[in-house]
Ligand binder design. Structure first.
Ligand SMILES: Nc1ncnc2c1ncn2[C@@H]1O[C@H](COP(=O)(O)OP(=O)(O)OP(=O)(O)O)[C@@H](O)[C@H]1O
Ligand SMILES: [Mg+2]
Length: 399
């Protein structure tokens, strides 16, 4: 049995190669090299679930280390995160000091209030705030020519600890410290319906939307990956596979993975193998991404989305209002919320479409549960039974 050593369809699991994010990565590294305090040093990645926020932060961590930064690896925005960030900087800073030829002595660090290395004195450990410790660490490491990069994952604007970090960051920037902050979150995390100090900062940060991957990039990734696995995938099937990913990195990994699984050790990938893999990948994607997205929305939000189902791709706001049986101005509030959450997108005046791949199929699933069960039953038939059934249906249609 062939082991899938290439595709990694699970959250936060780093792929062997990061597809289509070269420009974002080089912009980020260029930003780190810009003047302390410049806007490029406070960056916010916004992307739907499975768009690759976590793995991008991990990649940036590696690149920034190579550029000589002390990096606090991605910390999920949550209670107590500032003290975890302080510990991470201490650990990396200590390693740097140990390996540094210009090793700091306890004496010279004394000026910054450390007892030894980057350890705080016994009194400071208990009495000083995490913001104070972050400031001291930043000053000490900056004085040795080391900049600091803090990475935050799963940003939420209404998080008290994030507020504390942002205040500390702004103070450090005010002092001219060499520090940068790169964050990632769902588009809804900075939705305009929230409003406070954190939101103001997030809104001013440089926003980098994680756009869908290009078909060509996905196709090239498949070509390289299947070659590596010594599997033959006809061009047409590979192109279909790339298209079915619909720009989602997670779906791209799922499709690749299940193609390897359902090939069951065979070298050649047939249309049937791909079809089975696609069905399984789609099911999993709908469950993990679409259903999770829908679970965070209100009932009216979902009614709005369902009102778009019958359009092929583009929906007019006026039609949505009509189908919902409400006035056009009433639907505007929901339209705004769904746009902010990145669930739908505007394509021209008064025209919308789904922004999450397979969301339409997922809503259709709800509508067509019975048909889905019939389809599942159909898949249990063997090839002969399927052929007989199809022939019978054709005869019926002719009558
Ligand atoms: N650029 C990419 N190239 C190849 N694979 C990727 C890329 N980005 C993400 N992936 C893969 O997609 C999956 C999801 O990535 P990740 O966990 O980073 O998404 P996320 O945006 O953080 O999702 P969530 O919002 O649910 O936390 C993983 O299996 C990861 O390996
Ligand atoms: Mg993530």
């Amino acid at each position: 049995m062939r082991v899938d050593s290439v595709f990694v369809p699970s959250f936060g699991n780093r792929p062997g190669r990061l597809v289509g994010r070269g420009e974002i990565l080089s912009n980020c590294i260029a930003g780190l090299k810009s003047k302390p305090g410049s806007k490029e040093r406070a960056v916010l990645f916004l992307g739907q679930r499975g768009s690759g926020k976590t793995v991008l932060l991990l990649e940036i961590a590696d690149l920034a280390r190579k550029e000589g930064y002390i990096v606090a690896s991605p910390t999920v925005a949550s209670k107590g995160m500032l003290s975890r960030i302080v510990e991470k900087i201490q650990d990396e800073g200590e390693t740097f000091l140990k390996n540094s030829s210009k090793k700091l002595t306890g004496g010279s660090l004394g000026a910054f209030g450390f007892s030894v290395g980057l350890q705080f004195s016994v009194t400071d450990i208990d009495t000083k705030s995490s913001s104070y410790k972050l400031t001291k660490l930043c000053e000490a490491l900056n004085s040795k020519g080391k900049g600091i990069l803090i990475l935050i994952d799963e940003v939420q604007a209404n998080n008290a600890d994030l507020k504390e970090l942002i205040i500390a960051y702004q103070e450090l920037v005010g002092k001219g410290c060499d520090i940068a902050l790169i964050m990632a979150g769902l588009p809804a995390a900075v939705s305009a319906t929230l409003n406070d100090k954190v939101l103001t900062f997030l809104n001013r940060a440089k926003k980098e939307p994680l756009l869908p991957l290009k078909n060509g990039d996905v196709d090239a990734f498949y070509k390289q990956s299947f070659q590596k696995l010594k599997m033959k995938v006809p061009d047409m099937i590979r192109n279909q596979m790339a298209e079915s990913a619909k720009g989602s990195p997670y779906m791209m990994q799922l499709l690749g993975h299940y193609t390897v699984v359902y090939a069951e050790g065979k070298t050649d990938v047939s249309k049937e193998i791909f079809q089975t893999a696609k069905e399984r990948a789609e099911e999993e994607y709908i469950q993990d991404i679409c259903q999770t997205t829908l679970n965070t929305l209100s009932e009216v939000d979902i009614t709005f989305l369902k009102a778009m189902v019958e359009d092929n791709e583009f929906s007019k706001v006026a039609d949505i209002a009509k189908r919902m049986g409400v006035r056009a101005d009433y639907v505007q509030i929901y339209k705004r919320r769904l746009l902010d959450a990145g669930v739908i997108e505007q394509c021209g005046r008064g025209v919308l479409r789904y922004a999450v791949p397979y969301l339409r199929e997922s809503l259709l699933d709800d509508h067509h549960q019975e048909e889905k069960e019939l389809l599942n039953a159909y898949h249990t038939l063997d090839q002969t039974q399927k052929a007989r059934l199809m022939a019978y249906m054709k005869r019926l249609m002719k009558k």
